[in-house]
Design a binder for this molecule. Structure first.
Ligand SMILES: C[S@@+](CC[C@H](N)C(=O)[O-])C[C@H]1O[C@@H](n2cnc3c(N)ncnc32)[C@H](O)[C@@H]1O
Length: 194
């Protein structure tokens, strides 16, 4: 299984945003929608061996954890607007005290970053950053859990949680790429390796 976690530093935690302007009115949920596209879609099909995770840290009700499971995902189309509609449903259908499957394959719940990392502690964590070890020098495991920032990198407290769980810092080079492009690259890189 491949896991991708993208932090949504300002992603809105209420559904009261304009679906036609997720960049302006939803705390850059457009970035998350593009990352979902890069995580799952191949031509005419979906990757069933991918799980995508994000935590929305924007107002007014953070944190909301959204998990998307490739092998259960139904009805979602690859375009950014359609993915955003499903993210909006996940936020609107979130409930405080239980995990809700808001649409097939998409789950919303209240979890902190530490909760998520603890839940997946059996995975091998890779923190993506320009200053890590070059990916070609890393033997990426079958059960990889990649962690990426959005417009902003993770903060020191989150990095410390990852260090406690033995995360390796991995770089794709010195250039700072868009998060969705990093995910696309990682998928192709791993496809070619296996
Ligand atoms: C747009 S970058 C974040 C901001 C960027 N670090 C900066 O200071 O401008 C989004 C995320 O993509 C990942 N990323 C971008 N370029 C990368 C690279 N060359 N190697 C590894 N990860 C990268 C990191 O996880 C980063 O947090």
């Amino acid at each position: 299984m491949r896991h991708f976690y993208v932090k949504s530093t300002k992603g809105m935690t209420s559904g009261e945003f304009n679906i036609n302007d997720t960049a302006g009115s939803a705390g850059r949920l457009d970035i998350i929608a593009r990352c979902v596209n890069a995580a799952f879609w191949i031509s005419h099909s979906l990757r069933t061996d991918v799980v995508f995770h994000t935590i929305l840290f924007g107002p007014p009700n953070s944190p909301i954890y959204i998990k998307i499971v490739g092998k259960k995902l139904r009805k979602v189309q690859p375009d950014e607007r359609n993915i955003s509609i499903f993210l909006k449903k996940a936020i609107e259908r979130f409930e405080e005290d239980r995990v809700v499957e808001t649409t097939p394959g998409i789950f919303a719940s209240r979890k902190t970053f530490e909760d998520v990392i603890e839940e997946y502690k059996d995975c091998d964590f890779y923190l993506l950053g320009e200053d890590g070890s070059d990916i070609s020098d890393c033997d990426v495991s079958e059960n990889a859990f990649f962690i990426l920032g959005d417009k902003e990198d993770l903060v020191d407290e989150e990095v410390a949680i990852l260090e406690k769980h033995g995360a390796k810092k991995v770089s794709l080079g010195k250039i700072s790429y868009l998060t969705s492009h990093c995910i696309g690259f990682l998928n192709v890189y791993l496809d070619r390796k296996n």
